[in-house]
Design a protein around this ligand. Structure first.
Ligand SMILES: *[C@@H]1O[C@H](CO)[C@@H](O)[C@H](O)[C@H]1NC(C)=O
Ligand SMILES: *[C@@H]1O[C@H](CO)[C@@H](O)[C@H](O)[C@H]1NC(C)=O
Ligand SMILES: *[C@@H]1O[C@H](CO)[C@@H](O)[C@H](O)[C@H]1NC(C)=O
Length: 250
């Protein structure tokens, strides 16, 4: 009966040692949220003008090739378009955080796992930030903030931007969320305006033209977003602030 307590003692010493030797170096949930939001706050500033350009182009070109007196219906439709593009922009901006979080933590190589083999940086004391030197020294992919910082240009930024572009073009594609929502809103506004009275066929012709123009502008928007969003080094101006936020998480 004597070996039992000593086994427990050995076990206790062993786990205590393990825990001391393996400090928690992962970017935890609040770090994940924080870093994703830091990226998204900068991305939103970058894509707002692209959404505005899309709105302008829509209002300018939506009625191309339609004829007759359409002033009344144009007004109702314009209001619906303004509302919808704004909603789409808000929804897309809200979805950014999850998209970026997946980009950093679920895509390969994942910023997960131990940073002890070999140990390149020492976790600072509670309340003390990691440094840019830690960022430089953590030169392999693992779960701590300095590793994400180190590979910002190589993996993190290109991955975020690529996945956000994919998400945008998916939503703006023929069967995407953007296209579906805005098409329904336009049909609704046109019907409710009563501009075509009982003339269903004139209304359908008008809607047909508007839908074609809408698809065309959505295509353009996806292309402009793809070409323009974080083009070359245009998003690098946010790096310093993002790194400083990232390095403030334990
Ligand atoms: C719709 O018409 C109202 C009243 O004529 C006008 O004040 C408003 O600016 C128009 N809105 C749009 C989006 O064309
Ligand atoms: C704005 O839209 C116009 C017309 O489609 C396009 O030529 C221009 O490249 C767009 N600007 C940006 C910044 O995408
Ligand atoms: C840690 O970084 C954060 C975010 O940049 C900053 O607000 C804070 O002042 C820093 N803390 C220290 C102790 O330097």
């Amino acid at each position: 009966m004597k070996f039992l307590p000593s086994l427990i003692t050995i076990y206790t010493i062993y786990t205590t040692l393990l825990l001391t030797a393996a400090p928690n170096q992962a970017c935890e949930q609040n770090c994940r949220d924080g870093i994703s939001l830091a990226f998204c706050n900068s991305y939103i500033q970058e894509w707002n003008p692209l959404f505005d350009n899309f709105t302008t182009n829509l209002l300018n070109n939506l009625y191309k090739d339609s004829n007759g007196n359409i002033d009344q219906v144009k007004n109702a439709t314009n209001i619906a378009v303004l509302n919808q593009v704004n909603k789409l922009k808000v929804d897309f901006s809200r979805s950014c955080k999850d998209i970026v979080q997946n980009s950093i933590f679920l895509y390969e190589p994942k910023f997960k796992g131990q940073c002890q083999r070999p140990l390149k940086v020492i976790q600072p004391k509670n309340g003390v930030n990691w440094t840019l030197t830690d960022c430089q020294n953590q030169d392999y992919v693992c779960g701590n903030p300095p590793s994400i910082c180190h590979f910002m240009d190589k993996y993190v930024k290109p991955r975020n931007v690529g996945i956000l572009k994919e998400a945008l073009s998916g939503r703006a594609s023929v069967d995407g969320d953007f296209t579906g929502t805005i098409t329904i809103a336009i049909e609704d506004a046109v019907t409710k305006s009563g501009a075509f009275g009982n003339d269903q066929s004139r209304m359908n012709t008008f809607l047909g033209i508007v839908t074609t123009n809408l698809r065309h502008e959505l295509d353009h928007f996806a292309k402009d977003f793809n070409d323009g969003f974080c083009f070359k080094t245009s998003c690098d101006k946010y790096d310093d602030e993002i790194k400083s936020i990232l390095l403030s998480f334990p």
